[in-house]
Write a protein that binds this ligand. Structure first.
Ligand code: BMA
Length: 340
């Protein structure tokens, strides 16, 4: 391997080799059995999409956005032997407050899941008198304890880094409005205790390229590599027929992740297949997680498709970093430390 991933080995990670007739420009290929989760996956849940998974005890576990048949999204726990076939709990996760009392958000969507300090953190979007970020921790995937909401409304797409950097926890987020937000850049915030967040920095702006010209938002938890933090994010274009969500790639500085080192001017994945182009919200590829193996450099990207399904796409650390570097275009907003 040319580049190194700093994380655990996942020898049983989901994988499929690049098809011999693969001809897209970006080196990332869809799983041939996509979508991996179809309609009505759980009684009372019409669709599962925009969801996050991790390796867990030799298998896989995940937090899934379940769009209930009453129209309210909640987070459902799912388990899998192979990372591709999933079984879900029949009820949403029952969040508690610090005293063990039930503390359910009014709604919860687009969860991310990050192992950190021997615990697991769920971060999602919820109502806090408007769209804002919720966060909870668990040690065992049985009890889920919510922590103080990290940011004021309005905010979405929060992504926690998997370890402290220079002694502080770091979280990406995307300040927004409470609707379908026709703007948005990625910011970075620091915390010493996962309760008080501050020292905010701008990371990267929406791009000049059409596919990310309206807004961008963090996607999967950043992967630590020897080139920096590899970030799969979403970029949105506003067309005459609505928004189009593509997957983009960037590499953030290892010690100062508000500085972007490389940012791919080309999308990595854009809606092209039926399950990405057609669904509840057409033309959406929305990445929320990766599974990656430090031994082989294999990466599986999990993404929501058309707000209706979950898809998986594969790449390798060598191919994707080289592609991002070879096609990198940076603006001064990207490279500066991000304070004004
Ligand atoms: C965003 C979020 C995502 C969704 C996307 C496309 O604003 O609500 O959950 O996938 O819109 O509808």
């Amino acid at each position: 391997m040319k580049y190194k991933i700093y994380s655990e080995a996942v020898p049983n990670m989901p994988w499929q080799d690049k098809p011999s007739d693969f001809d897209a420009e970006a080196p990332i290929w869809r799983y041939s059995e996509n979508p991996i989760i179809g309609r009505n996956p759980v009684k009372g849940v019409a669709r599962i999409f925009n969801s996050a998974v991790i390796p867990y005890e030799g298998k896989f576990i995940g937090v899934f956005r379940g769009e209930q048949t009453d129209g309210i999204p909640y987070i459902y726990l799912g388990r899998s032997e192979d990372g591709l076939k999933w079984e879900f709990d029949k009820d949403p996760i029952d969040f508690k407050d610090a005293n063990g009392n039930s503390f359910m958000p009014k709604y919860a969507y687009d969860p991310r899941l990050v192992p950190l300090n021997g615990k697991y953190y769920l971060i999602w979007c919820q109502d806090f008198y408007g769209a804002a970020i919720g966060i909870a921790e668990t040690s065992d995937f049985i009890t889920f304890t919510r922590k103080e909401n990290p940011f004021l409304p309005f905010n979405r797409n929060a992504v926690l880094f998997p370890h402290k950097i220079n002694g502080t926890y770091m979280m990406l987020s995307r300040p927004s409005d409470s609707g379908h937000t026709p703007f948005g850049d990625i910011f970075l915030s620091e915390s010493r205790d996962l309760v008080y967040w501050g020292k905010h920095r701008h990371v990267m702006s929406k791009g000049n390229e059409w596919w990310q010209s309206l807004k961008i938002g963090g996607g999967a938890a950043p992967i630590e590599t020897d080139e920096g933090w590899l970030l799969f994010y979403h970029g949105v274009s506003g067309t005459c027929n609505g928004y189009v969500y593509s997957i983009g790639g960037a590499i953030l500085d290892k010690d100062e992740p508000s500085r972007v080192k490389y940012r791919c001017s080309k999308f990595l994945l854009t809606p092209e297949t039926w399950y990405e182009e057609r669904g509840f919200v057409p033309n959406v590829c929305f990445p929320c997680a990766t599974i990656h193996d430090s031994e082989t450099g294999k990466i599986a990207v999990y993404y929501g498709a058309a707000d209706s399904y979950v898809g998986v796409a594969f790449t390798t650390v060598d191919e994707i970093i080289d592609f991002i570097k070879d096609n990198s275009v940076l603006t001064s907003d990207d490279t500066e430390i991000g304070i004004r």
